[in-house]
Ligand binder design. Structure first.
Ligand code: 4AD
Ligand code: MG
Length: 431
């Protein structure tokens, strides 16, 4: 194979002649010049083929090229201030790898179902590529944030014998002769890991068989779950606001071009700096009542409620101290007011909904045992979890960030289905 340069590295080769491997996005012709829109995954560049300056073979090869044909191109890298990449390629030779026939995704408008059926091809579009690049930067910055603060990455299991977030939306499977479930959350295992390593975080896929067909729900999504020993509710919130500010600022610093490609209003993202506003569940209920909503105390918020609350702020907002009755069994009650728990949901601005759920955990063995009885949880299945409160129990807190909702918010996307390469949604397991 010849040595290839990538489009993303053309700035290091100005004035030189290079080979690139690429696909044809589209082309224009003005009779004696053909303009090839080339992409190789790392970027986009225009190849200019001038009939009077190239061998006959290069000219006819350019004429044969169809959308998504694959090829090698040899050309001279020329600075071109009007091009988005800053460069153009003056084509000298073309070697066709494959001529594509009837590429199904044409430059005209297609419906979402049509595109989702061809997700394996749709990923090649400039916008979908930009989303994947931003997602990768978000993941990189998440890992940097926790690694820089001496958290240890720990991987909880995907196949589990019991549930973490309630039993209603579990994916069931067989584990030889036993029943098993795909994990909904690694949290309980991360609590064990925090007792061994202090500050830990996990990053992996989680599964919820939720029969909800909304723009915020996926069946398979990725979650980041930090868990911290000797950290209380207050400090948990401070870590979260610093974390989210860090991630947003890192995307702004590294993905300007991609944010432009997805059409994001970056001024909204620039405002995302800690600290974030906090309101209690009680205050949120009052805000909703003032806004004309008819929701009784004790009921959980739905998407319209979250959107209305978020509209009052231009940063993510923490809603704290939810009623104990609507939250998970492991959350620690407020000692001054046991009918609410030391928890917080972080609601993203602009209607993107809850991106983080977190809490201080119950550390008292007695109280945890009571919760197990109330929630009819099997003490046998969770004996290992109960053990954690017997052998050196300490105050601890943690949270879970939903990656896809975070990507949707940062990219300004209408629906989470475009935030992951191959989304699993209520009615889609293909491709
Ligand atoms: O609020 P959740 O259910 O919290 C937990 O699972 C805790 N055990 C986390 C912890 O404390 N370690 O889920 C956390 C986040 C939500 O805020 C949301 O961003 C995302 O996960 N999420 C989903 N994202 C896409 N599709 C779904 N079906 C989601 N369900 C939750
Ligand atoms: Mg939640």
């Amino acid at each position: 194979m010849r040595t290839l340069t990538t489009i993303g590295q053309l700035d290091q080769h100005a004035g030189q002649t290079v080979w690139i491997g690429c696909w044809l996005g589209g082309k224009r012709s003005s009779g004696k010049i053909q303009f090839l829109q080339l992409r190789d995954g790392t970027g986009f560049v225009q190849g200019v083929v001038v009939k009077s300056e190239v061998p006959e073979a290069a000219w006819t090869a350019a004429q044969q090229l169809t959308q998504e044909s694959s090829l090698y191109v040899k050309g001279e890298v020329r600075a071109e201030p009007r091009s988005p990449s800053g460069y153009e390629l003056t084509v000298q030779e073309i070697e066709i790898i494959q001529i594509t026939q009837d590429y199904p995704i044409t430059p005209k408008e297609h419906g979402v179902d049509f595109l989702m059926d061809r997700r394996h091809l749709w990923l090649r579009s400039a916008k979908q590529r930009a989303i994947m690049v931003i997602r990768a930067q978000i993941i990189r910055s998440i890992q940097q944030f926790f690694d820089e603060r001496s958290f240890t990455l720990v991987d909880p299991p995907v196949l589990t014998p019991s549930s973490c977030e309630g039993t209603t939306n579990l994916f069931h499977t067989k584990y030889f002769d036993e029943d098993a479930y795909l994990t909904q959350s690694g949290q309980l295992y991360m609590e064990a890991a925090a007792m061994a390593l202090g500050k830990v975080y996990s990053f992996g896929p989680t599964f919820r068989a939720e029969k909800s067909k909304t723009r915020r729900h996926l069946i398979e999504f990725w979650m980041i779950e930090p868990e911290m020993a000797f950290v209380d509710h207050e400090e948990n919130l401070r870590v979260q606001e610093q974390f989210i500010s860090y991630v947003v600022q890192s995307v702004l610093a590294n993905c300007r071009r991609e944010l432009e490609t997805v059409g994001r209003d970056v001024s909204k993202l620039e405002a995302i700096q800690a600290p974030f506003p906090r309101i209690t569940y009680d205050e949120a209920i009052k805000l909703l009542h003032d806004g004309g909503f008819d929701i009784p105390w004790g009921e959980d918020f739905g998407a319209p409620h979250e959107t209305a609350i978020a509209a009052a702020f231009d940063k993510p907002v923490f809603i704290t101290h939810y009623p104990t009755s609507i939250k998970a069994f492991y959350m620690k009650p407020d000692p001054n007011r046991p009918e609410v728990v030391l928890c917080a949901d972080m609601i993203a601005p602009e209607g993107y909904g809850e991106i983080i759920g977190g809490s201080q955990r119950i550390d008292d063995p007695q109280l945890l045992a009571e919760r197990f009885a109330e929630h009819e949880l099997s003490t046998e299945a969770y004996q290992w979890y109960l053990d954690l409160r017997q052998y050196g129990s300490v105050p601890h807190s943690g949270f879970g960030l939903g990656l896809e909702r975070t990507v949707a918010w940062i990219c300004g996307l209408e629906h989470v289905r475009e935030t992951i390469a191959f989304p699993r949604t209520l009615y889609r397991l293909y491709p």
